[in-house]
Design a binder for this molecule. Structure first.
Ligand code: ADP
Ligand code: ZN
Length: 637
């Protein structure tokens, strides 16, 4: 391990700063990036946990240019690799990828570059790593570090366990003296420990970033009318990218079609489509020719489009980790974005069925199923709670949330309507539970309250008790949501086990005797469709309580300047044009943050352009002049 004296550590700091500016065109590192890069440069093992959009890539891309040694990056997704490579090549960065789809020519180039030691980054798919003596070949090279991206895939406690990741533990034997750095966006403390153990990290530097994504506004609404609710949300973000996640393939097609009937150009995406159609949809989305995709979670993993302004979950996700990852695809550029979850209590039951069936079919060990069910229960809790969603998410990932009012969730924005007569409704629910002997599940209790003469109700004589039909005017799904809220508040208990039943708690008595008043909320359906442009809303500046996580976003300098708006749109189409010529998606050319800054600062020469975040010498040389010309011409109008 390299021991650094303070003198050489100073010169390394200098080298890091130079590479940052000269290659990446950035002027400062984000807090944990500095630590992660230092660890890599000093040859230390590390576990880096940063939320989506937090800037993990730079943590493994930068060090090899300082140490001048090759880093191997294990990454699960070929689509993502290709984008990353395109981006690196634009920066003049010597990088290559090894996966099973390489052409013979690409294979020859790779072999030549590896033998000539000209590469500084090699992206490898895990299954490729263990193929045909590839490891033996790599072991002969001088390797500076091994980076494992999406490291949570190694843990069965995580939400995205991939058996092929398990084998990465073998790497330690092949490369006993090479430092390992593991990266992930989603890891509970348990998964974190598992990663360290599985990869046998040695005294790793554990760097855990802030999980909160202050630029995201979270909303959870009962699903009343799916198509209308989704259409309304999409129309709140005209001309902006939106991803709508559904649980099943069939749902994606139905919803996309209904949206098209409402004149929203939406396309369905799922793993059952043929490869050509899938590629077509993801390319159109990446190239900004398609904005709304209705998909299963199969979509998005390989999509790094930074300007997604809306992520809708049309059904409950199966874990909070999954929810965090999918909503994480919104606002990666740091600008405001909305995450809407449309939830019905039936979703969880649907997931349980799917999980049990697939566990049965794949014959996976029972503790994998148990872990999945536990993750699902946490997600359900998140959806039915009515406390600040930013705070809940932070706590789930083991972090305190420092604000009382996030200003960016339906709870803190007071969008949840208090239910009139909530106390009496709660009393009726509790009394139905008591009168049926605390031996029945939610479905039965709701049947009794709504006056349904089901076989079960009649057989047990529950149509004769005084609570029968007391809440017949309340919809079953609303009642289920109320029961969930009472459980969340500790006013009712749902037992665990295969047949959970509702029971009273110590706190129930306080409500029944009116010592305490119950509060229930109704998510107001009337979130009026305000056709506002998200980018404009961000410029409301001080009136917008959304906090910026770091100084990166243009949010720090609110200016409601219609000219900059126009110039931004103009630059955005120029970016599209350049991307088309280069044959890569626009967000690889540069991000919205870069365009925003160009539009507001309007640099006049190359000097000025180089001061824009995300524009380094290579990009300035490749297409800087075209942006400058566009800005000049715009000013001349
Ligand atoms: P992650 O892999 O953690 O999801 P990325 O590595 O894709 O995040 O980075 C997200 C965005 O942040 C990218 O557009 C990247 O260029 C930008 N970024 C990363 N580090 C910095 C930095 N130090 N300053 C400004 N922008 C940065
Ligand atoms: Zn909040």
């Amino acid at each position: 391990m390299a021991v650094s004296t303070s003198a050489n550590s100073k010169s390394q700091d200098g080298a890091i700063a130079r590479v940052l500016e000269d290659v990446f065109g950035l002027d400062s590192l984000r807090p944990l990036q500095a630590e992660a890069i230092a660890a890599a440069v000093h040859g230390r093992d590390a576990l880096v946990v940063l939320p989506t959009g937090g800037g993990k890539s730079l943590c493994y891309q930068l060090p090899p240019l300082v140490t001048d040694r090759l880093t191997i990056v294990v990454s699960p997704l070929i689509a993502l690799m290709k984008d990353q490579l395109d981006g690196l090549r634009l920066l003049g960065y010597p990088a290559a990828a090894a996966h099973s789809n390489l052409s013979p020519q690409e294979k020859r180039d790779l072999k030549r570059d590896l033998e000539g030691n000209t590469l500084r980054l090699l992206l490898v798919a895990p299954e490729r790593l263990f193929l045909e003596g590839f490891l033996v070949q790599l072991a002969q090279l001088e390797i500076g570090a091994i980076a494992i991206d999406e490291a949570h895939c190694i843990s069965q406690w995580g939400h995205d366990f991939r058996p092929e990741y398990r084998r990465l533990a073998e790497l330690r034997e092949v490369f006993p003296n090479v430092p390992f750095q593991a990266f992930t966006a989603t890891a509970t403390p348990r998964v974190r420990d598992d990663i360290v153990q599985q990869l046998q990290l040695r005294e790793p530097e554990v760097l855990v970033g802030t999980f909160d994504r202050p630029n995201l506004t979270y909303r959870v609404l009962p699903r009343v009318d799916l198509v209308d609710q989704v259409a309304e949300a999409v129309q709140r973000h005209p001309d902006a990218a939106a991803i709508v996640y559904c649980i099943s393939r069939k749902d994606t097609e139905g919803l996309a079609e209904s949206l098209r009937k409402k004149k929203i150009d939406a396309r369905a995406y799922h793993a059952g489509l043929d490869a050509k159609e899938r590629t077509d949809i993801s390319e159109r989305f990446r190239e900004e020719r398609l904005h709304v995709v209705v998909a299963t979670v199969a979509f998005g993993m390989g999509i790094d489009r930074g300007d997604v302004r809306l992520v809708v979950h049309a059904g409950l996700p199966k874990s909070v980790e999954g929810y965090q990852q999918e909503t994480g695809r919104a606002g990666r550029d740091g600008l405001p974005a909305e995450c809407l979850l449309l939830y019905s209590a039936a979703d969880a039951a649907k997931w349980r069925q799917i999980m049990e069936r697939s566990a049965g079919e794949s014959g996976s060990p029972p503790d994998v199923l148990a872990a999945q069910l536990a993750l699902l229960a946490e997600m359900q809790r998140f959806a039915t709670r009515t406390t600040c969603r930013h705070a809940m998410l932070s706590r789930y990932f083991g972090q305190e949330y420092p604000h009382d009012d996030c200003g960016a969730c339906d709870v803190c924005l007071h969008e949840l309507e208090p239910v009139e007569g909530a106390h009496v409704i709660a009393q009726k629910i509790l009394s139905a539970v008591a009168r049926t002997g605390q031996r029945f599940g939610m479905r039965h209790v709701i049947d009794v309250l709504r006056g349904s003469r089901t076989q079960n109700v009649v057989d047990r004589g529950h149509d004769q008790i005084p609570t029968f039909g007391l809440l017949k005017d309340v919809a079953g799904s609303t009642l289920a949501n109320f029961v969930d809220q009472l459980i969340d508040a500790g006013d009712l208990l749902r037992t665990d086990g295969e047949y959970p039943v509702l029971q009273l708690t110590m706190r129930s008595k306080e409500l029944l005797t009116s010592e305490r008043q119950a509060v229930l909320v109704l998510a107001s359906k009337a979130l009026e469709a305000k056709p506002e442009r998200t980018r404009k809303s961000k410029r409301r500046g001080s009136s917008n309580p959304v906090r910026s996580s770091d100084g990166d976003g243009a949010m720090s300098e609110p200016s409601s300047d219609p000219l900059s708006e126009q110039l931004f749109d103009h630059l955005r189409s120029l970016r599209r044009e350049i991307a088309r010529e280069l044959g890569m998606p626009p967000y690889i050319v540069c991000s919205d943050v870069t365009l925003e800054q160009m539009a507001s600062e309007r640099p006049r020469d190359e000097q000025g352009l180089l001061r824009i975040k995300g524009i380094g010498p290579k990009k300035a040389e490749a297409f800087g002049e075209r942006f400058l010309r566009a800005i000049r011409e715009f000013g001349a109008d």
